[in-house]
Design a protein around this ligand. Structure first.
Ligand code: TXA
Ligand code: MG
Length: 318
């Protein structure tokens, strides 16, 4: 298929080099990660970080995640603790973000962290972002590559659709495998999940040998990831539906639902991981097909289902 987007490039030596040159200049680049696509910039550069906030129309009070190659690169900027190392050893590089105390001498731009004394730190596993991180001497500030409060992108075309020609370089490496954003866990005190993800509370409990809480709301600051309305497809979303109007789109889960034009099955096999990976693509597809409303069946609220329900709940909030 011919690439109709002039700013999407496949990953090779040349585009790796081009990405690095752009990031060094303080430009932003759209990059694939294992969770969702991100809008990357130099976390030490005011110019770069300003561009990220501006392009996303993101309020400055909502801090960004800082991405590193490994913990050695991060330890000069944040205070690492025992819980961190337990989780790092098990899951990193991978889809988990740690909230840690920022060191005074950290070079991260203060508005990356919205002036907080903590930093969200992640070590992505995706080959593209890792090969870039390996070759640069600054970390990447990288939110999901969508306009603020919208649905996160899971492929390069989604990114181009969000920002049109306003970004010059997007690296295409196919669909993001996981399909929802990383689990965010606050490790500055008693561990607390701020954003559920594919790494579920059950599995974290096992590693930390504790019972962690899932934050209902964050009191310290307001951020879209924590705000009620987020991940919004721009049309009403109704949850836990049994019956529905045939004019509308119906998001289903499990084999008992037939294949119909307006039925969108997240996982015929009732597999929550598969359902998570299909969620955002499905929301975008339904919007593109010009349905006016989305009905969603009840999704089991356990393990990865907690993350799916978290996103659906925010998507449904008008
Ligand atoms: O999977 C991901 O995490 C993707 C990929 C691109 O890495 N990134 C991502 O970034 O989802 P973003 O900016 O869309 O979401 C970051 C979330 C927001 O909810 C933000 O409020 C929270 O992390 N966050 C960032 N810094 C924080 C901090 N210091 N304390 C608490 N929450 C923080
Ligand atoms: Mg986001």
């Amino acid at each position: 298929m011919k690439n109709i987007y002039s700013n999407i490039f496949s990953f090779n030596k040349k585009t790796l080099h081009k990405s690095i040159t752009n990031l060094k200049k303080g430009n932003v680049v759209g990059l694939p990660t294992e969770t969702v696509y991100g809008l990357a910039g130099n976390a030490y550069s005011k110019k770069s970080v300003n561009k990220i906030y501006k392009l996303k129309k993101r309020p400055k009070f909502n801090p960004l995640i800082v991405h590193y190659f490994n913990y050695k690169n991060a330890e000069k900027e944040v205070v690492l603790n025992d819980n961190f190392f337990k989780l790092y050893k098990k899951f990193c590089p991978g889809p988990i973000t740690f909230i840690l105390k920022k060191r005074i001498k950290s070079k991260i731009q203060s508005f990356v962290t919205a002036n907080l004394n903590t930093v969200a730190v992640r070590f992505p596993s995706h080959r593209v972002v890792r090969s870039i991180l390996k070759k640069i001497d600054f970390p990447l500030a990288m939110p999901s590559a969508n306009l603020s409060s919208g649905v996160s992108p899971v492929n390069a075309e989604n990114v181009a659709d969000e920002f049109k020609k306003n970004i010059k370089l997007i690296i295409n490496d196919g669909k993001s495998k996981i399909g929802i954003e990383s689990t965010v866990i606050d490790l500055t005190g008693k561990p607390k999940i701020l954003r559920p993800g594919i790494i579920s509370p059950e599995i974290i409990n096992k590693i930390l040998k504790t019972r962690i809480n899932i934050a209902r709301k964050n009191l310290k600051f307001k951020s879209p990831g924590m705000l009620k309305r987020h991940y919004s497809p721009g049309i009403p979303v109704l949850l836990n539906q049994k019956t529905f109007n045939t004019k509308h789109a119906f998001i289903t889960f499990g084999k008992k639902y037939k294949n119909k034009k307006n039925y969108f099955n997240l996982s015929k096999k009732s597999n929550l991981k598969e359902a998570a990976s299909n969620l955002y693509e499905t929301l975008r597809k339904i919007k593109k097909l010009k349905f006016k409303k989305i009905y969603v069946v009840k999704i089991p609220n356990k393990s990865i289902g907690i993350a799916i329900n978290d996103r659906l709940k925010r998507a449904s909030h008008e």
